[in-house]
Design a protein around this ligand. Structure first.
Ligand code: ATP
Length: 233
């Protein structure tokens, strides 16, 4: 479904991503793990068209998207939940969800609000509340709900566990699995390697802009190198 070939990304003179190749098959959860600054966010932003690559190819459902505008990429079925949520303050929960459906012209939008509310009941309870007043965990749910309102085939999640209490992290990860079961493919970027690999079909380890290891989620969880570097020994 998504194929990244020999991707390189520079910020001026600094190369943040070095010749990275990986793929995501339809129906999978693929986790990309790595330390702070490894280049995870840069890769996601480049897939979404928010940052431009200096080299390489990004294909989504067989079509090259590396030169497309971000809104075209969203319209083609690829949606990103950004690191730090970035919900729209000053808009209610309901209005934030409406922004997620902005590019849609079909008539199923109304029933999709109900689907989002059934996944995240707390959003329904707070639908008329300013998004800025939500807790961190609730904002993460809203950012995910907003992305789901664009009806993505592939959902890109950037550090959904960041800054959240363990109880919220467990809830968010179980909802990610539910989203997969309902047919959405997921590319997950995480520093919380244990959680990310435990729900992943496959994963990749990124170090200073390069992929150094790949395998199934279980293989990577069992790998000595991963245990030592990312799972506290
Ligand atoms: P984090 O988990 O902290 O977000 P990350 O793995 O997502 O880390 P990136 O944010 O992609 O890593 O950063 C990769 C490298 O690119 C880092 O060295 C970072 O300092 C650099 N970088 C990121 N954004 C910019 C920018 N806008 N300008 C210059 N350098 C940048």
């Amino acid at each position: 479904m998504l194929e990244i070939e020999n991707l390189s990304v520079h910020y001026g003179m600094i190369q943040a991503v070095h010749d990275v190749s990986f793929h995501v098959e339809k129906g999978e959860i693929v986790s990309l793990i790595g330390a702070n600054g490894a280049g995870k966010t840069t890769i996601l932003r480049t897939i979404s068209g928010l940052t431009r690559s200096s080299k390489g190819k990004i294909s989504f459902e067989g079509k090259g998207i590396e030169k497309q505008a971000p809104q075209k990429i969203v319209a083609s079925g690829l949606s990103q939940v950004p690191e730090g949520r970035h919900v729209f303050p000053g808009l209610t929960v309901q209005e934030n969800l409406e922004m997620g459906a902005f590019l849609r012209k079909d008539k199923e939008v109304k029933q999709d609000y109900e689907q989002v509310f059934s996944k995240f009941p707390v959003l329904k309870e707070r639908k008329n509340q300013d998004a800025a007043t939500l807790s961190g965990g609730e904002q993460q749910m809203l950012a995910m709900g907003r992305a789901l309102m664009s009806k993505p085939k592939l959902l890109l999640l950037d550090e959904p566990s960041m800054g959240l209490a363990p109880i919220f992290i467990r809830e968010i990860f179980s909802i990610i699995q539910e989203i997969q079961k309902q047919g959405t493919t997921i590319l997950l970027i995480e520093q919380n390697a244990k959680m990310a690999l435990s729900i992943a079909n496959r994963g990749y380890v990124l170090e200073t802009g390069k992929i150094v290891l790949e395998g199934t989620g279980q293989e990577l969880l069992a790998s000595e190198a991963v245990k030592k570097a990312y799972l506290g020994g």
